[in-house]
Design a protein around this ligand. Structure first.
Ligand code: NAI
Length: 780
């Protein structure tokens, strides 16, 4: 159909060695579809000797005779710039380059001369390099280019008598692979073909009927397709012949890890594992250097060795690569302060995929919600600010080239619920620098404190400085928070969630403004076809998935998190979190559904267990007596988390005696002082209670649901208040409280009013309670 015909009108194509064989077919096909063609050919014999204008002229005449546009160029590809100049002089630009020129100097390896080697290298590999290098600036400038390299089956698989040719042809694949990466930023693609066709190069090695049937016409459609503007595939290698086209890729066996902890590795280990090393049963298909590095990280983690035969001496005395571990560790960074309010906490929640679609998510999105709280992964926000400041600093003993920095792994531990507003101070320290060979892994520990200097969270960033390895440092460190391997079985559960195309654009507003996540040009510099999502954003999604499935969506149950960032993730793609229940928490890993690649690996969320004082004591008491008031105070405890303002306003300690039929059955402390421990069962831990409130268990529920007004409860005697006067330190009864103390109780009751969301409606209709509600909102 003419309407869907793929055209090249306005495009300028340079084809090297287009005077015959495959090149001629390409030239005719491009011209037929509207391209302006530069037909380059030196007019040499198959071994590269001689020179003639005829070859190129003949093809140009053929094209022009059919009404096409073409000019001849007679230079050798060894004069790359002159070929490109011909295109620019004739047509003003160059859009497509097909590196096709070729010769043969076949000799068995024992007979091959240096000249045989050099001449093949000069035409194939060096020639393709020179012409491409000349065309590159034009393509870059116009932000468009299509490049083809011509390899060969002899290069991919080897062929008797073609050592020189095979080496050059395989070199072209390496050249193309790297151009594909470097060209991404400029919309320049580079692909490689390994054709088979009847031509003068093959007529002496193939029977005549085969030469006849393997027509060059069968190769041209693939070359044209790869060079069309609609095709953005890059870095591919294709076999093409006889009307058949296929794509090739690398395949890697699962291999065998021979290095054992504290043991050296021997030649016999290799012999004994040879079958495993070569077994393709569980093979994978690596397609990038990042794949390779990520695997090496895994292996290093497993072989983590500390024996002196493998581990080299400390970097102290070997400051190569600008790294001196001890000096860097002694660096003390300025503390970093993050001041924020509820909007920052909500923005973070939205940025990691929280939505109002799910009703139990409102507590992360609405500052007026009674359970409003921050996600546990929010603790990364103050910590990353500190790390950016450290990396931006000049650290003695550590030279950081930000372009070569990769975020390798992350560990976070949460000690207290993250406040929903306020000021957090983070202190970053270089804990160690590990020598991973391909790079240096910088472990940066960050401790985050609230205003009272209580530790809220600990983060460990594992930052990879690519190319800074082999400095003579240790491979592992006791300071390193290790990856915990996922169980070797099918996941117990998985969740999928599609991210928004603007996910990274939103997440960056939380504080990571690296242009890699928003600017296509910057992303292309790093070899990414488009901006990638922050690894920490996908981590936020994954931890939410774990929390939702295994922790009742309760952030206070998340103790610590560890993960490795294995592969980039594109905004708009779907994240699949696979989860396994373990003894102490949940293992997880995440895949990109669209590509099947694992983007987060070795994930683990340690959940609060008996190790959590708040949680365990609540559970213990609630299960032992099964009191209604326990539920009320537990909910109140969660509500208080992060609400520093409330503590500052109330600034007093209350002890509640809970009774059943007049008999005391439990006690709860409400330590509402800024430095206090919050709400917990039992007697106060820090300061003595300033007043004691007694109430029947069943009445507390009425108080919570709004059935019972606290003032009425007090007047009717359902609520008893005794305590010490704060002024004279003497025992008082309820009738002798100072106005200040009475206002304190009022605040406490107002606070209690907000326990039930059902109350909001009722309160708004009652003028007195409306006032209370306004007061509460002021507190938030
Ligand atoms: P061909 O010999 O018909 O065409 C090659 C053209 O390159 C010739 O016209 C020659 O004059 C020109 N040339 C040689 N040296 C040059 C130089 N220094 N500068 C400019 N032009 C030069 O061969 P064929 O078969 O069309 O091969 C095209 C490409 O495909 C070659 O790179 C070849 O190695 C490759 N190839 C071909 C296969 C086949 O089955 N025909 C198999 C695998 C690869």
């Amino acid at each position: 159909m003419a309407s869907s015909q793929m055209r090249f009108d306005g495009r300028v194509v340079l084809i090297t060695g287009a005077g015959g064989g495959l090149g001629r077919q390409y030239a005719l096909a491009f011209a037929e579809r509207g391209a302006s063609v530069v037909v380059n050919d030196l007019g040499s014999s198959p071994d590269g000797s001689g020179h003639s204008l005829l070859a190129a002229d003949k093809v140009v005449n053929e094209i022009q005779a059919k009404g096409g546009k073409a000019v001849a160029d007679y230079h050798s590809v060894e004069e790359g710039e002159k070929l490109v100049q011909t295109a620019v002089n004739a047509f003003g630009r160059i859009d497509i380059l097909v590196n096709n020129a070729g010769i043969l100097r076949d000799r068995s390896f024992s007979r091959i001369s240096k000249e045989d080697w050099d001449s093949i290298y000069r035409v194939h590999l060096h020639g393709s390099f020179l012409v491409t290098r000349a065309a590159w600036p034009y393509m870059k400038k116009q932000n468009y280019g299509r490049i083809i390299m011509t390899s060969s089956g002899a290069g991919l698989y080897g062929n008797f008598g073609q050592a020189n040719y095979s080496a050059a042809k395989m070199g072209l694949l390496g050249l193309s692979n790297t151009l594909a990466i470097e060209g991404q930023k400029y919309n320049i693609t580079s692909n490689t073909i390994a054709p088979l066709a009847g031509s003068r190069l093959t007529q002496n090695v193939m029977p005549p009927d085969l030469v006849e049937s393997l027509k060059p016409e069968y190769v041209a459609p693939l070359v044209l397709y790869l060079c069309h503007e609609s095709c953005t595939d890059t870095g591919g290698i294709f076999e093409v012949a006889a009307g058949w086209i296929s794509k090739l890729r690398w395949e890697r066996t699962a291999g065998a890890i021979l290095k054992k902890r504290n043991k050296s590795m021997t030649i016999e280990d290799v012999r004994d594992n040879w079958e495993k090393i070569c077994n393709f049963d569980e093979s994978t298909h690596p397609d990038s250097l990042q794949d390779h590095i990520s695997l090496m990280m895994d292996i290093l983690q497993q072989t983590n060795c500390s024996d002196t035969s493998v581990v080299m001496k400390e970097a102290e005395s070997s400051p190569q690569n600008g790294i001196n571990v001890e000096l860097a560790k002694s660096f003390s960074a300025q503390s970093s302060v993050l001041t924020y309010d509820h909007s920052h906490v909500i923005l973070y929640a939205l940025a990691v995929g929280i939505s109002t679609k799910e009703p139990d998510h409102l507590k992360f999105l609405f500052e007026g919600n009674e359970d409003f709280c921050a996600l546990p992964t929010f603790c990364i926000i103050p910590a990353q600010k500190a790390v950016f400041e450290v990396l931006g600093d000049s650290i003695p003993g550590l030279e950081v080239d930000l372009v070569k920095v990769l975020h390798g792994e992350q560990y976070m531990e949460i000690f207290q619920p993250i406040p929903t507003s306020g000021e957090l101070t983070s202190v970053a320290k270089i804990a160690d620098i590990l020598d991973k060979g391909f790079g240096a892994a910088v472990l940066i520990n960050v401790e985050t404190f609230n205003k009272k200097k209580e530790k809220i969270a600990f983060n460990q960033f594992n930052i990879l400085l690519m190319g800074s390895g082999n400095f003579g440092g240790l491979r592992s460190s006791p300071a390193e928070k290790p990856i915990i391997r996922i169980p070797n079985r099918e996941p117990d559960m998985s969740i999928q969630q599609t991210t928004s195309v603007d996910q990274a654009a939103m997440y960056r507003l939380c504080g990571d403004y690296n242009p890699l996540h928003i600017d296509p040009n910057f992303a292309a510099l790093g070899g990414h076809p488009k901006p990638i999502l922050h690894g920490l954003c996908s981590l936020g999604f994954a931890v939410r998935h774990v929390m939702k499935n295994y922790a009742d969506n309760d952030p206070t149950l998340v103790n610590s998190i560890k993960v490795r960032f294995s592969k980039p993730f594109s905004p708009g793609h779907t994240l699949k979190t696979e989860m396994w229940k373990g003894n102490e928490g949940i293992h997880f890993q995440c895949q990109v559904v669209e590509t099947g690649k694992t983007c987060l690996s070795g994930g683990f969320v340690r959940l609060a267990s008996s190790a959590s004082p708040l949680r365990s004591s609540i559970t213990k008491q609630a299960t032992s007596k099964n009191l209604l008031s326990d539920q009320v105070f537990e909910q109140l405890a969660r509500k208080l988390q992060g609400q520093l303002d409330v503590k500052q306003k109330i600034n007093a300690v209350f002890l509640w005696n809970i009774t059943q039929n007049g008999e005391q059955v439990s006690q709860w402390t409400l330590d509402l002082t800024p430095e206090g421990g919050g709400i917990y069962p039992g007697q106060p831990h820090v300061k003595p209670a300033q007043c004691i409130l007694s109430m029947e268990d069943k009445d507390i529920i009425d108080l919570k649901t709004g059935k019972l007004n606290p003032e009425m409860a007090f007047i009717s005697g359902q609520l008893k208040i005794t305590g010490k006067s704060m002024n004279d330190n003497t025992a008082s009864n309820s009738s002798s409280f100072s106005p200040f103390e009475l206002s304190l109780f009022q605040m406490l009751f107002l606070f209690l009013f907000s326990l039930s969301s059902n109350n909001h409606k009722k309160i708004s209709n009652n003028p007195k309670k409306k006032e209370s509600r306004e007061f509460l909102f002021k507190l938030r």
